[in-house]
Ligand binder design. Structure first.
Ligand code: NAP
Length: 244
């Protein structure tokens, strides 16, 4: 129970990878605030976590005012945030020539600005406390690029620059910032892959299977815990060996 006494906030924690991360941090002893646009789903997810005192909060992280209200509520009910996991993310896939400005802005707004909004709100408290962890969920396509995902890949690559910059800015106050770059993980986000696409993907993955949310959650718990106290500014890829 290495995360006992810690308060974690996981954006997009109501399903998929975020829910697995929230569960894993709760198993470590943390009290967890789960943030998602759908408040009922966030509350149900919080209620499903092991332990007491978790909280589900409705919030669109791309909206600075909603983000501020969510952090205020989480802090008021659970206490200052020790661990922030910027996991909320969306895709609006399209080839460049057909990609609308809305598709670009929406993906940037949630995936990149959402992380900025949330990090800015919790960083001051972490710096004052001389303790805190920010973990950003990027993607292997932020490293490799992907046809049809220029907006998504750019947002995830941006998150890596953001991670390294925060790591440098906040290290003197003992606040760490790292990123996980997952490969293809079975969630709602990837549920539309057809059999042919799945076969093509599997051929690129040395370990021969898609990832599960728990494959990501184990590393998230490690990186947010005391055993990772000397790790900051790093990007760890969890993708079955797809991108080396
Ligand atoms: P998912 O199953 O689609 O879940 C997305 C989560 O984010 C939901 O809880 C959703 O809740 C929340 N969310 C979406 N937009 C939001 C917003 N504007 N404000 C607050 N919450 C929002 O996605 P996932 O596959 O678990 O992905 C989680 C993260 O991992 C994402 O950042 C994704 O880019 C990244 N990732 C996923 C894969 C993969 O293969 N699945 C690979 C690499 C990286 P609401 O709908 O209620 O808002």
């Amino acid at each position: 129970m290495e995360l006992e006494q810690k308060v974690a906030l996981v954006t997009g924690g109501s399903r998929g990878i975020g829910l697995a991360i929230a569960r894993s941090l709760a198993e470590g002893g943390a009290r967890v605030a789960i943030v998602g646009r759908n408040g009922e789903r966030a509350e149900a997810a919080a209620a499903s976590l092991p332990g007491e005192g978790h909280q589900g909060i409705a919030c669109d992280v791309s909206d600075a005012d909603q983000a501020a209200a969510a952090v205020k509520r989480a802090t008021g009910e659970l206490g200052p945030i020790d661990i922030l996991v910027n996991n909320a993310g969306i895709t609006r896939d399209q080839i460049l020539l057909r990609m609308s400005h809305e598709d670009w802005d929406e993906v940037m707004g949630v995936n990149l600005k959402g992380a900025f909004n949330m990090s800015k709100l919790v960083a001051r408290g972490m710096m004052r406390k001389r303790d805190g962890v920010i973990l950003n969920i990027s993607s292997v396509v932020g490293l490799s690029g992907n046809a049809g995902q220029a907006n998504y890949a750019a947002s995830k690559a941006g998150l890596l620059g953001f991670t390294k910059s925060l790591a440098r800015e906040l290290a003197s106050r003992n606040v760490r910032c790292n990123a996980i770059a997952p490969g293809y993980v079975t969630t709602d986000m990837t549920s539309e892959l057809d059999e042919e696409q799945t076969e093509a993907l599997l051929a690129e993955i040395p370990l021969g299977r898609l990832g599960t949310p728990d494959d990501i959650a184990g590393l998230a718990r490690f990186l947010t815990g005391p055993s990772a106290g000397y790790i900051t500014g790093q990007v760890l890829t969890v993708d079955g060996g797809m991108v080396m």
